[in-house]
Design a protein. Structure first.
Length: 177
């Protein structure tokens, strides 16, 4: 075995990527404090060809040096929009036909491995603040909540890890399965 060179990976350029088909998922970032988490979300969204990112409330927006550190240019390839509040983003996405799914630990949540999106479903997945999670009013407004199963002593995962886990699962079901 040998590692492949960047040229051998045959990745599209930014212009070709922007024109390509996207996975019908929008990442909604609900008042995320860390610019490194924001940058990581952009990089992961690029990797999985996600439709766009909704940056809400206090969530930082590009251009910013701290976001760029982890995004590594993905702020140029991934579409994004800033909303004054998470509720305004969710209302707009629902009006566009998206199913709103908060990623949160709640009563009657759906475990990630059992959540099966329909083939034509457009999803908005909502990731919350690093300390407080998804706002309570957003949890109540969402169409449902997905929970990542965990088996250790900690109560949560870092948001950038959660985004990677959830997107890989959803993309594998929507594009590969």
């Amino acid at each position: 075995m040998r590692k492949l060179s960047n040229e051998e990976l045959n990745r599209p350029g930014v212009d070709d990527f922007k024109k390509s088909d996207k996975t019908p998922i929008v990442i909604v970032m609900d008042n995320v404090r860390s610019m490194h988490n924001v940058g990581s979300a952009f990089r992961t969204a690029d990797a999985f060809a996600i439709e766009r990112i909704a940056l809400c409330g206090i969530t930082a927006k590009p251009p910013h040096r701290e976001i760029h550190k982890t995004a590594l240019g993905a702020t140029e390839s991934v579409e994004w929009k800033h909303y004054e509040s998470t509720m305004s983003a969710c209302e707009a996405l629902r009006a566009e036909g998206y199913t709103l799914m908060a990623i949160e630990q709640v009563e009657n949540s759906i475990s990630l491995e059992t959540f099966i999106p329909s083939s034509d479903q457009k999803l908005a997945v909502i990731f919350g603040n690093e300390v407080f999670g998804v706002e309570e009013e957003i949890v109540a407004f969402a169409d449902g909540c997905i929970e990542i199963p965990q088996f250790g002593t900690k109560h949560s995962l870092n948001i950038s890890v959660s985004i990677g886990v959830v997107l890989w699962d959803l993309v594998s079901k929507m594009r590969l399965g």
